[in-house]
Design a protein around this ligand. Structure first.
Ligand code: ADP
Ligand code: MN
Ligand code: MN
Ligand code: MN
Ligand code: MN
Length: 335
């Protein structure tokens, strides 16, 4: 019997790209091949030359449809098969390949917020809920909003075979987190994009939307980030490499180069308040949730492990953040 392949790609919407998908019926025994789409409808082409190419790069079981159906994540190319300018995965491929010998691993903590129409899920129709304090990792109907969706999303990610490592309720009502990894740069980024698609798709069936907006509620509420945990083979064995990685991230123009590529509106989240360091200064420290980069206490105790870059926004492109960190840290560690 023929099966359904849901082709998923990242569009050209600025400043933050969106996910798109469409379905191809594939004959039994056939592979999901190259496909195309109308780039003029996704900010990836002009109408007079609108064809763009979808090239499958990662596929997994489709947990929504089940059976033999699959999800197919694609890269976008021009018709001459050069990577489209919105194709940030192509650049990551090259950098990941160049430093493959250092065996980089990433775990990304994806924070997000459910919305019920124009309000975060759990916000009352008028006014505001009780201030932050009880919601993080909370339990009970007065503190938790959307757990049924979160559980369904988690199950879907596991059925798809994604490397999810956990979920938790966050500090604002309706705000949650899931973690993907530790995985190699391309694996973590591909799987995070698919997990995002599954988040939107799962919540759709509950009539709820999910957003990666870095500052979804104005006022005294935490923003939404994508803390990016990182290690190389040396860092997993040797504390001097942990410190060297932090130093490399703080060198010269690196802090600003990274910040500029850590998601639209990053300055509005990295204010220096709400467990963030100001985007204008770079700092690192053990256990310090007010630093740009945190060395977990266990890592200092063990004398090896990984570091946490706390700066990326929830809306960061995982192909970009992993490329920048691998490039900056690995080129410094190999010296
Ligand atoms: P936090 O205490 O910051 O909330 P989490 O438990 O949410 O931490 O996330 C920690 C992340 O670190 C997980 O995604 C995990 O997979 C990742 N991680 C663990 N060990 C490593 C490692 N050696 N290299 C990279 N990432 C790692
Ligand atoms: Mn058409
Ligand atoms: Mn976390
Ligand atoms: Mn968090
Ligand atoms: Mn964290």
């Amino acid at each position: 019997m023929a099966y359904k392949a849901e082709y998923i790609w990242i569009d050209g919407t600025l400043p933050t790209a969106k996910l798109r998908s469409k379905t191809k019926i594939v004959a039994d025994g056939a592979e999901p091949g190259i496909w195309g789409f109308d780039g003029s409808s996704t900010s990836q082409a002009e109408g007079h030359a609108s064809d763009r190419v979808l090239k499958p790069v990662f596929s997994c079981p489709d947990p929504i449809r089940g059976g033999a159906d699959i999800l197919v994540l694609c890269e976008v190319f021009d018709i001459d098969m050069t990577p489209h300018e919105s194709n940030t995965r192509a650049e990551l491929r090259e950098v990941a390949e160049r430093f493959a010998g250092q065996e980089s691993l990433f775990g990304i903590e994806q924070e997000y917020t459910f919305f019920d129409g124009s309000r975060p899920l759990g916000f009352p129709e008028n006014g505001f809920p009780a201030p932050q304090g009880g919601y993080y990792c909370g339990v009970g109907a007065d503190e938790i909003f959307g757990r049924d969706i979160v559980e369904a999303h988690m199950d879907n990610c596991l059925k798809a075979g994604l490397g999810l490592s956990g979920i938790n309720a966050e500090v604002m009502p309706g705000q949650w987190e899931f973690q993907v990894g530790p995985l190699s740069p391309l694996e973590v980024a591909d799987q995070l994009w698919v997990a995002r698609w599954l988040l939107y798709r799962t919540a759709e069936d509950f009539g709820v939307s999910a957003t990666l907006d870095p500052k979804p509620a104005k006022g005294d509420w935490n923003g939404a980030g994508a803390h990016t945990n990182f290690s190389t083979k040396r860092m997993r064995a040797d504390y001097t490499a942990i410190v060297a990685a932090c130093e490399a991230l703080g060198e010269g123009d690196k802090p600003l180069t990274h910040i500029r590529n850590y998601g639209a509106g990053v300055e509005s989240r990295l204010t220096g308040a709400h467990e963030t360091a100001s985007w204008e200064t770079f700092s690192y420290g053990v256990s310090d949730r007010g630093a740009s980069v945190r060395i977990p206490w266990q890592v200092e105790k063990d004398g090896k492990g990984y570091i946490e870059d706390r700066r990326p926004n929830a809306n960061v492109d995982p192909y970009v953040v992993t490329r920048l960190i691998v490039d900056t840290v690995c080129s410094s560690l190999e010296k």
